[in-house]
Design a binder for this molecule. Structure first.
Ligand SMILES: Cc1ncc(COP(=O)(O)O)c(C=O)c1O
Length: 488
């Protein structure tokens, strides 16, 4: 591994995407910003587009602008679908947030399988995904079955296969794991879910714009994702959802808003869902946010997904090489799949000081006075409260339960505990560690990956590079594999 700056500069000089850096606003040239998997940089075209949107559209057109603004969610959805998601027109809408879209589609899916009682996800899925599914399981009296996932290596297909059966209504995972970047087999898992008669819902937040996604070809049923990461659409930019065409008119989403109404401006007495993808819209779309999504998608389309994927792999390979060469002796280890083909466009590192004492101990692992069970930070597997299982209740499903009613959560772990399998030799057994993650982006190059200082974690527990650094350190997290409390 050549760790010299000269080598990094040579890599940048031959990078086919290097020129695209000029298309981003770079206010601090010295800032090593490798955190596009949390918030992408601001494209210059977006500045102009938003100015025009404010001055020429909102300012000049006033309410007349709605004549074309109403089309934006589906128009930009089609652009996003065809350029980055492998989705033919009429299946993607840019609406709401990822969390809200997850809720709408997951609820629609379980309601479309009324005799099935199980929802499958994994215990390392992004918190909002687990919480939304937990809430739906509680509301509908279902069992949420959690596959145990190695947080560094990602989903185990054998464990997924063991968790999905003829009682499964919905299988929902992240395509690229938010922490490790591990890439799931979207087509393979979709096929096994379909073989059992279940629907699939994919979270593409860390995939879209970073890795190829072929929703139509893979047969995926449903997908959601955000636009503020690799799509560079800005903080709070609207999310997207995908619903496979054949399913659209068979699904009913739970938020009956007027933008999903068949004849919206009839202002009629009853909700009648619109045909097609429009029925998954809810309320007034964020027009300026969608304009920023459009600019972000156009930029990535210009870059080309193949070239983006190649650069994502090359830059993360390079970062891993630097970490191996320069940081391993300081206790920093890779916490992502080592082969580029098995990960998305970001990597994580764990850090432990020689001797095993954790440098960072902000993870809370406490004993809850009310439950007597150990509870911890986001992602901690020991959070579930005891309660009775609802699995096995006879169909039809019970009425939606109250907020305090128990929801069954079961865990599927055919493998040894990840804790036992992944802890590097020589560690002294502390359950806490630091993680660092970094991603490749259009706006950064190999030279940018040279810096090694580490800023403090941000409050969301995700990486945030806000100082001249290439590696950022998210909040510490408890290691998994500790408890398998059967229910909440
Ligand atoms: C994988 C994943 N899913 C869902 C979300 C939540 O998205 P939002 O807060 O925009 O609803 C995030 C946010 O970072 C995420 O990384």
């Amino acid at each position: 591994m050549d760790t010299t700056r000269r080598h990094a500069e040579q890599l940048d000089a031959t990078d086919p995407l290097a020129a695209l850096r000029e298309r981003f606003v770079v206010v601090e040239p010295g800032l090593r910003y490798l955190d596009g998997n949390s918030l992408g940089r601001l494209p210059k075209a977006t500045v102009d587009r938003l100015r025009a949107g404010v001055e020429r559209e909102w300012g000049a057109e006033l309410v007349r602008g709605w004549a074309h603004w109403v089309d934006d969610p589906l128009r930009v959805g089609d652009l996003l679908g065809s350029t980055l998601l492998g989705a033919a027109p009429g299946q993607v809408a840019v609406v709401d947030s990822t969390t809200v879209n997850l809720y709408k589609l997951a609820m629609a899916a379980v309601d479309a399988r009324p005799t099935r009682r199980v929802v499958v996800t994994d215990d390392d899925n992004f918190p909002t995904d687990r919480y939304v599914l937990q809430g739906i399981a509680q509301a509908r009296g279902l069992t949420l079955r959690l596959v145990t996932t190695d947080p560094d290596e990602g989903l185990d297909p054998t464990a997924v296969a063991a968790a999905v059966d003829e009682d499964t209504a919905l299988v929902s995972f992240s395509h690229v794991a938010y922490r490790s970047g591990a890439l799931a087999d979207l087509a393979g898992i979709t096929a096994l879910a379909h073989a059992a008669g279940a629907l699939t819902l994919w979270d593409l937040a860390h995939s879209v714009g970073a890795v190829p996604v072929d929703l139509d070809t893979s047969g995926a049923d449903l997908a959601v994702g955000c636009t503020y990461k690799y799509l560079n659409a800005g903080p709070g930019a609207p999310a997207f959802l995908y619903v496979r065409r054949e399913l659209q008119d068979r699904l009913t989403q739970p938020i009956w808003g007027w933008f999903g109404q068949a004849d919206q401006f009839a202002m009629g007495p009853d909700y009648q869902p619109a045909a097609g993808i429009r029925r998954f819209a809810t309320g007034t779309p964020p027009v300026l946010g969608i304009a920023a999504v459009e600019e972000g998608v156009r930029l990535l389309a210009d870059a080309g997904l193949d070239r983006l994927r190649a650069k994502g792999s090359a830059l993360t390979d390079y970062l891993i090489g630097l970490a191996d060469a320069l940081l391993a002796e300081h206790g920093v280890h890779l916490a992502s799949p080592r082969e580029a083909s098995r990960r998305g466009a970001h990597v994580s590192m764990t850090h432990r000081r020689p001797g095993g004492s954790p440098r960072h101990s902000s993870t809370n692992t406490t004993s809850s006075p009310t439950t007597g069970h150990r509870t911890g930070s986001a992602g901690d597997r020991r959070r579930w409260r005891p309660g009775s299982s609802t699995s096995g209740r006879p169909s039809p499903r019970p009425e939606p339960s109250s907020a305090n009613a128990p929801t069954s959560v079961t865990r599927q772990s055919p493998r040894p505990s990840p804790e036992a399998r992944i802890r590097p030799a020589g560690w002294t057994g502390h359950a806490r560690q630091m993680r660092m993650s970094a991603r490749s982006s259009l706006a950064c190059g190999a030279t940018e990956s040279m810096s090694r200082s580490a800023p403090p974690s941000n409050p969301r527990g995700m990486s945030l590079s806000a100082s001249p650094t290439s590696l950022s350190i998210p909040k510490a997290r408890s290691r998994p594999g500790i408890s398998t409390s059967p229910s909440v």
